[in-house]
Design a protein around this ligand. Structure first.
Ligand SMILES: NC(=O)c1ccc[n+]([C@@H]2O[C@H](COP(=O)([O-])OP(=O)(O)OC[C@H]3O[C@@H](n4cnc5c(N)ncnc54)[C@H](OP(=O)(O)O)[C@@H]3O)[C@@H](O)[C@H]2O)c1
Length: 310
């Protein structure tokens, strides 16, 4: 009632049948052995009965004592018995062999079916993964060099996501500018036409890629003009870390394509006309956060945050 019942080992029907057959066979051989012993004793007894006790002394067939025929007859029965045990296996017989063979064949067929089903499943999985790879490749093709390069957004945004007003930055934070310079140094910087116009002149040691819908927009030598964000990313495909540097319109379009966001979060709210899009934390995870206090060079507290696509 309280203790667990010991599990009784389960023997299937076939195993039971095999055990029963083996037991029968042992019994059969034992009987043959007993028969043999009885035959020896019996033969000796017949010989003694005739020669010592003189039973049927006068009864002879072709001048041969009767016990010889009696022993030969018994020997014949003994051989017949032995023949049944070792040659014809009477109780097993052909039918039994056939039945065992059929069982074996059925078992093998079941195994083959199982293997076939396994192969079909495997093939389906391979086919599905090929389709998946193909579709992934198609998506990746829309994002040139995406596998190798890390498209990074770099921005400074207020608590209310404000980034600029009147085509100007709202604050001056020297450590933020230093960080921008060191991170983007030697890389492609992709920007909207308005952001480009907010610079007094192109920044040194960076390849500027400017996006505009205007066909006749004039840019200085060395600055690349493109007419879509996709073309801008294409123009930067040799770069392992091209940067999207703004402004509001371009950030909005780049959010779905970027792999990383380097954001300086200024811990204030500001009135603005350009904003950074909300960062969806179900897509982006924060991987670094460094706080910077207010001081003589910085009018506001801010934090350098890094987000990476989950
Ligand atoms: N805080 C920061 O980190 C930061 C960084 C950068 C900029 N900002 C600020 O952001 C503000 C500028 O941002 P914004 O949104 O006004 O302008 P923007 O994004 O810099 O540039 C917008 C312009 O880019 C072109 N453009 C946009 N999408 C395009 C597309 N799909 N195909 C072709 N051309 C496209 C258009 O140029 P055309 O009109 O010539 O066709 C459009 O007028 C400024 O206040 C700036 O100071 C702040």
């Amino acid at each position: 009632m309280f203790g667990k019942k010991k599990p009784i080992p389960q023997i299937d029907k076939e195993q039971l049948e095999l055990i029963e057959n083996a037991q029968k066979r042992i019994k059969q051989k034992k009987l043959l052995y007993v028969h043999f012993v009885l035959f020896l004793i019996g033969a000796l007894f017949l010989i003694l009965a005739n020669t010592v006790l003189g039973i049927g002394e006068d009864f002879k067939i072709f001048e041969i004592n009767w016990f010889v025929f009696a022993i030969l007859l018994w020997l014949f029965f003994f051989f017949y018995h032995a023949f049944n045990v070792f040659i014809s296996h009477k109780f097993m017989g052909k039918a039994w062999e056939k039945q065992q063979l059929e069982k074996l064949v059925a078992k093998q067929q079941a195994r083959i079916e199982k293997l076939k089903a396994g192969f079909v499943k495997e093939e389906t999985l391979i086919a599905q993964s090929e389709v998946y790879n193909e579709s992934t490749t198609k998506i990746e093709n829309l994002k040139p060099n995406a596998k190798k390069s890390k498209l990074t957004i770099i921005v400074a945004a207020a608590e209310n996501d404000a980034i600029g007003k009147g085509n100007k930055l709202i604050w001056h934070l020297s450590d933020d500018l230093k960080r921008f310079k060191s991170l983007t140094n030697g890389h492609h910087i992709i920007m909207g036409r308005k952001t480009f116009e907010s610079f007094p002149k192109p920044l040194p040691n960076r390849t500027h890629v400017v996006i505009s819908r205007q066909d006749n927009y004039k840019v200085p030598d060395g600055v690349i003009l493109v007419h879509s964000l996709k073309d801008a990313i294409d123009a930067a495909k040799t770069d392992l870390q091209p940067f999207i540097i703004g402004g509001g319109e371009i950030y909005k379009q780049a959010m779905n394509l970027a792999d990383k966001i380097e954001i300086t979060r200024v811990h204030e709210n500001f009135d603005a006309d350009a904003y950074f899009p909300k960062i969806d934390t179900s897509i982006w995870k924060e991987t670094s956060n460094v706080f910077h206090k207010k001081d003589e060079n910085h009018d506001y507290e801010f934090s350098f945050l890094t987000y990476e696509r989950k």
